[in-house]
Design a protein around this ligand. Structure first.
Ligand SMILES: C[S@@+](CC[C@H](N)C(=O)[O-])C[C@H]1O[C@@H](n2cnc3c(N)ncnc32)[C@H](O)[C@@H]1O
Length: 238
């Protein structure tokens, strides 16, 4: 997927802000988590914290969820189009957009913010999670959803996490381990089972508190959907 395309912006606006009916009009698909951006954020211990970081935030759905219980949230994404959309949501509280129904037929969508979110505490910025500034540290919460298998050097990202999360802070990592050479050269894929590899990578600096398999859906058009199963894990920084 080209994360700078208008089609990607529409698909992610729908995934992050659409109504249940818009995201999944077919009852057969309703068993899956259609509000995945909120599902992963709900893994964090529900208390108020100072500073949260959303890595690979896309159009910002999870960053807005984090703002409900954070004094400050930073959302980072490589795609300027996604960050422009996230900033428009922050500034205006809504975006009107079109999403594909059937061939050249498009529906009118309106992305709106859910109640309880605090746009004023969020800063969105274009940035590369593999080149974060040294000053990025001491976060109470770091959230990285469906990002790990979209970067060229996943071990570099994992190695940076221990210096991002403060002691006793929490990390929530979601990944469908959907390795593709388009994003990650094969020599950087895990050599064996991805979940064992991930635990080995993180266990020196983090304790795994919880993990589960969560489904997510992304609508391409009325009759075509992506169904993925992400391993969602919650970790405490030692
Ligand atoms: C599969 S999407 C997931 C988006 C969102 N977190 C979610 O769960 O819906 C991957 C996101 O990571 C972003 N991304 C990929 N590589 C990145 C990098 N090196 N630095 C920052 N963001 C990156 C993409 O632009 C895209 O928004």
């Amino acid at each position: 997927m080209d994360y700078e395309s208008d089609a990607a912006v529409s698909e992610y606006l729908l995934m992050h802000y659409g109504s249940d009916e818009e995201r999944m009009p077919w009852s057969v698909g309703r068993m899956s988590a259609i509000d995945f951006p909120a599902v992963t954020v709900n893994y964090f211990t529900q208390k108020r914290v100072d500073l949260s970081l959303d890595l690979g935030c896309s159009v910002g759905g999870s960053s807005f969820q984090l703002s409900k219980t954070s004094k400050k949230v930073i959302g980072i994404d490589l795609s300027k189009k996604f960050i422009d959309a996230a900033n428009a949501m922050k500034a205006n509280g809504h975006i009107n957009y079109k999403y594909q129904e059937d061939g050249s037929v498009y529906a009118d969508g309106e992305a709106t913010l859910s109640s309880g979110v605090k746009p004023e505490v969020i800063s969105f910025a274009v940035g590369d999670v593999l080149r974060l500034p040294d000053g990025f540290k001491d976060f109470d919460r770091v959230h990285a959803s469906n990002l790990l298998c979209r970067v060229p050097d996943p071990e570099k990202l994992l190695n940076r996490l221990s210096s991002l999360v403060k002691k006793d802070g929490e990390l929530v990592l979601a990944t469908p381990f959907s390795w593709l050479e388009e994003y990650t050269p094969k020599e950087n894929w895990p050599k064996g089972d991805s979940w064992t590899w991930l635990q080995n990578q993180l266990s020196d600096d983090f304790v795994c508190l919880q993990h589960a398999d969560e489904t997510f859906t992304m609508r391409e058009h009325l009759r075509k959907f992506q169904l993925g199963v992400s391993k969602v894990s919650k970790w405490r920084r030692k």
